[in-house]
Design a protein around this ligand. Sequence first.
Ligand code: F6P
Length: 360
Amino acid sequence: MKKRIGILTSGGDCPGLNATIRGAAKACYETLGEDNVQMVGILNGYYGLINNIATEMEPSDFSGILTQGGTILGTKRQPFKMMTVIGDDNVDKVKNMKETYKKQKLDALLILGGNGTHKTAKLLSDEGLNVIGLPKTIDNDIYGTDVTFGFHTAVEIATDALDRLHTTAASHSRILICEIMGNKAGWLTVNAGIAGGADVILIPEIPYDINKVVEAVEKRTSSGKGFAIIAVAEGAFDIEEAKLKKKERAKKRADANEITATNRIAAQIQAATGVESRVCVPGHMLRGGTPCAYDRILATKFGVYAAQLLLKEDFGKTVAMVNSKVTANKLSDIAGVSKFVDPEGQIVETAKNLGVSFGD
Ligand code: F6P
């Protein structure tokens, strides 16, 4: 009997999803023999699992995708908090997902995704499905793993953006503020900020005081450099906003017609310093395109390790990198927990020792 292995990608895409899919599938074929494995692609994430949208895949489907960005399986955001809620469509999503697993006669299901995806993966595991998770996200905020695939590529792209902003900022004596993805966690911003030589780095974990930001910019511009580069995480907020509950903060922003703080920061800096301040938002460019070599290797290691777990029938786990070794965590230990930048940690300390301001 062929082993039937389902695979899906859920949540926001990132570079390295296809490399991971390829790693897992090739390792299954290699270990069991192509004739003994049937890979089943579940399309568009949990949406495909809920609606039984699946396709049997051939070994050739996994060839030539190592360097390809995005995901050949498609993806969708399917919020965890709605998974157990029966909406107007009367669909019992959990029941449907279990039925698809049965209808597709799956022996196991590989689930590639971020924090929300892992919560649903745990739910499915608790419901008795043979699930293995794989941690993807450019945000690098999955608990229990030092790194997620997609992160290093995004750091490269964000760093390149900061490098390019440097030359134009210097030419025009401007302050250029780059908004970098990361709604809750500042890993991408702090890493790209250091690699790209930002003068100020603002992240959600460290609420900023705009006066301190202005001070840092003035120190820089008065030291002879007529320009400054600021890296702002999209989820950054100031010390006043930090006093508000999440919902209150969102309402205040909506009333002010703001989604992120970045434009406000630019206006405040320009008003205080008189130096022209502009905003650049690379946005989804950080998630698109080919994975860097590091991510290709990481994704391959993770994919192969997931296949090994699967063949050992070691389910209910998600692959992780801990102290440079690939390993796995129990879904029950990591689902629902996020990994944030420690304001007192080494990466922040490193930047501060260079004179970088976090606005605190
Ligand atoms: O993948 C995580 C993330 O990149 C966050 O940093 C960002 O806030 C979010 O996705 C954007 O998602 P979407 O593509 O759904 O707008």
